[in-house]
Write a protein that binds this ligand. Structure first.
Ligand SMILES: [Zn+2]
Length: 89
């Protein structure tokens, strides 16, 4: 497994403080984009189909990013993102 995702940009896309659900759009150095889904049950990841998968090169749905969820989410500071944007009323 030689692929090493490098997060270059993160954006808080969805926020719901009452249900503790958050979505963060992550841009990767290789041009890929993912969406991280945070919930009290855990974190999930989806690759956005804007570019082919950097791992398997498919341009449709695949599960490759699941293997890198910890590496990617480890580069995202959700608390910092929440602090940077005013809470939705
Ligand atoms: Zn893939």
């Amino acid at each position: 497994m030689s692929y090493r995702p490098v997060v270059t940009n993160v954006k808080l896309a969805e926020r719901n403080d009452s249900t503790q659900l958050y979505q963060v759009v992550v841009k990767l150095k290789d041009g890929g984009e993912c969406r991280l889904f945070y919930s009290p049950e855990g974190t999930k990841i989806n690759r956005l189909q804007t570019t082919p998968c950097p791992v398997c090169r498919r341009d449709y749905y695949c599960n490759c990013m699941d293997k890198f969820i910890e590496e990617i989410s480890g580069q995202v500071d959700l608390e910092e993102l929440k602090a940077a944007e005013p809470a939705a009323k």
